[in-house]
Design a protein around this ligand. Structure first.
Ligand code: FEO
Length: 616
């Protein structure tokens, strides 16, 4: 009996789910199963997008026959020749002998390698940018080599703005009755499997994935139909953002992923002690026993976390076998841009540390810490300094906040409660001080949290230097900007980074408050000093909860609101020159000239991403 899902009026999912498969590609465990997606477009012509794995062939052919409803199959587009999508192609041809294959030249070569049927006479070759009319729909083809094999292409339905994305944007996990990602709690129930799928299947090919994302950024996409997992019709930008992060090897979480190999528990004990001491410092940790957790899960975690600690016993004069496999696998998957530390163990000749280091040193942009712990059978109290030095070295590379003491009576006396009435959905200069360095940035997220004691929250983008300074020092000032603030203040604090510029070089007047942090006396009606008591990680931003240690009114000018800024302060975009193609940043007005805006483009002025640009 057929089991299909309607995607649009004339597009139907005709794939199948496999929950009996133990190891996908013979390598990756799939405890929640996997779906093999195939889609049938029933336009004037009937067009199938890929076939399925042999495991679900029975239901696939029933689904196809039911959806065709007596019509013949005119075309099958082969986007990817890996047999989890093409294994049933020869049977498809037996059942529908007149079907024509749409494929690129590389795919045609592979078809001849895999199958015995006559390829050339029934294949319509396409290349980048070619179009194909199915009746009401126009399809165009976009080459996506190495996402995940060299012949891969994706197809864009220009009529309904649907991207058939082959392996890209897929996930492990059977569909369980739903077809759209928004029918399930994807972040809670599927994101870990989506990450594991990405990192293990195409993690090695970040550059090629970025190339596909760049091409996709020029397309208006209403829906993504991948070959595994759910169809995306909402929150597409959020999922693309994940792909931008994963393909650029950017960590999603700040903290330490610890993977250990321990035969009799002594290396594990050391890893536990290090994790415990990191937690005491407020640093997030996750731990995996490489003999228990499949490598694919640990690889996904390594893509997720910013810091990696590998602890391994020495085994046969080398690295413990499952740890060696993991590290070689990680290197093969192109892991990069991480801070890494090692712990070794060896009862008579410890070599695992040196060998682990050599593997990771072959990866790009790794910050390998000198500090290490070398065990002879087990950790001894005399090695406490070694452990602490390693913990300290990790901690020094992770900006953290220091919990504040309760506000003193003297502090309370310096808080003018009326200063808090100046807060609105406004714009603020957030300033901090780390050693001799003063810095500040623009934020629009200051909210009073409680009245007794007086507390506020600020949400700060992790890319800002001010963010890291506040994490480290726990101190900041908020200057509440007023309606007379000139645009140059936004340019000064918002469109350049404190990593390259000295924002308190005297060009904008600044005064120091009791906490030693500067605030702006001009164009502000109040300043508020905060001492951080909690920091909550919200992905791109940290939400700081702070006690107010000082607050003063500086003027009676009205606070500037976000709406006022857009209406009266931000320069209006100049009319585009005729025929000039480009995109304008909605935040600061920067103009990017070009036909297409790369998906991972970051505004050089205000650092906002491509999602904040609109066509000229
Ligand atoms: Fe789902 Fe690369 O095959």
């Amino acid at each position: 009996m057929y089991c299909t899902k309607k995607i649009t009026d004339d597009l139907t999912w005709v794939g199948g789910n496999d929950r009996r498969l133990a190891m996908f590609e013979g390598v990756y465990s799939v405890p929640d199963g996997v779906s093999y997606n195939s889609y049938l477009l029933t336009d004037d012509k009937t067009v199938l997008f890929d076939t399925v794995d042999r495991a679900v062939s029975t239901v696939f052919f029933e689904n196809l026959a039911h959806t065709l409803d007596g019509r013949t199959l005119d075309y099958v587009i082969i986007q990817h020749m890996e047999p989890d999508h093409s294994a049933t192609l020869s049977e498809l041809i037996l059942r529908y002998p007149d079907v024509k294959i749409i494929a690129n030249a590389k795919t045609a070569v592979m078809m001849k390698q895999f199958f015995e049927f006559e390829v050339d006479s029934r294949t319509l070759l396409v290349k980048e940018g070619d179009t194909f009319e199915t009746g009401h729909h126009t399809l165009t083809f976009v080459m996506a080599p190495m996402v995940h094999w060299p012949e891969v292409m994706v197809t864009y339905d220009m009529t309904d703005k649907i991207l058939f994305s082959a392996d890209a944007f897929g996930t492990f996990g059977a569909l369980n009755g739903a077809i759209f990602a928004d029918e399930v709690d994807f972040n809670r129930d599927y994101m870990d499997e989506a990450r594991r799928y990405y990192c293990n299947i195409v993690g090695k090919y970040g550059t090629q994935v970025q190339a596909l994302l760049k091409k996709a950024s020029s397309l208006e996409i209403n829906m993504i139909c991948p070959l595994h997992g759910f169809v995306w019709r909402s929150h597409i930008g959020d999922y693309i953002d994940k792909y931008v992060k994963w393909s650029t090897y950017t960590p999603e979480e700040t903290g330490v992923m610890i993977a250990y190999a321990s035969v009799y528990g002594n290396t594990e004990n050391t890893a536990e002690i290090i994790a415990s001491r990191l937690r005491d410092k407020g640093i997030k940790t996750v731990m995996y026993d490489v003999s228990v957790t499949p490598a694919s899960n640990i690889i996904a975690a390594a893509f997720q976390w910013s810091h990696l600690l590998f602890a391994s016993t020495t085994y046969n004069a080398g690295i413990f076998v499952s740890m060696e496999e993991l590290l070689r696998d990680l290197a093969a998957h192109n892991i990069q841009k991480r801070t890494v530390a090692f712990v070794e163990n060896g009862s008579w000749a410890a070599t695992s540390g040196k060998l682990m280091r050599e593997i990771i040193a072959s990866c790009k942009d790794m910050n390998i810490l000198e500090e290490t712990v070398s065990l002879k059978s087990s950790l001894k109290p005399s090695q406490d300094d070694q452990v602490n030095a390693l913990v300290e070295a990790l901690s020094n590379t992770i900006p953290q906040f220091k919990p504040a003491q309760a506000a003193s009576a003297e502090t309370e006396a310096s808080v003018d409660p009326n200063a808090l009435f100046k807060l609105s959905y406004g714009l603020f200069v957030l300033s901090a001080k780390d050693g001799e360095k003063d810095n500040g940035c623009i934020i629009n997220t200051v909210t009073q949290l409680t009245d007794t004691p007086k507390r506020l929250t600020i949400a700060v983008n992790k890319q800002n230097l001010t963010h890291d300074m506040i994490l480290k020092t726990g101190m900041f000032n908020v200057s509440v900007l007023t309606e007379d603030v000139p645009f140059k203040v936004f340019q000064h604090f918002g469109f350049q980074s404190g990593r390259e510029a000295d924002k308190f070089d005297g060009s904008i007047k600044a005064v120091r408050s009791r906490n030693g942090v500067v605030y702006l006396p001009d164009y502000t009606n109040a300043f508020i000093s905060g001492k951080v008591i909690d920091a909550l990680d919200y992905g791109t931003h940290t939400l700081f909860v702070a006690e107010i240690t000082e607050a003063c009114i500086l003027s009676q000018e009205p606070s500037v609101t976000y709406a006022y800024y857009f209406e009266h302060i931000k320069p209006k975009p100049q009319p585009a020159e005729e025929n000039k193609k480009g995109f304008v940043c909605k935040i600061c007005g920067y103009v990017y000239e070009g036909e297409t805006l790369p998906a991972d483009f970051i505004c050089p002025l205000c650092k906002h991403g491509a999602e904040d640009f609109e066509p000229l």
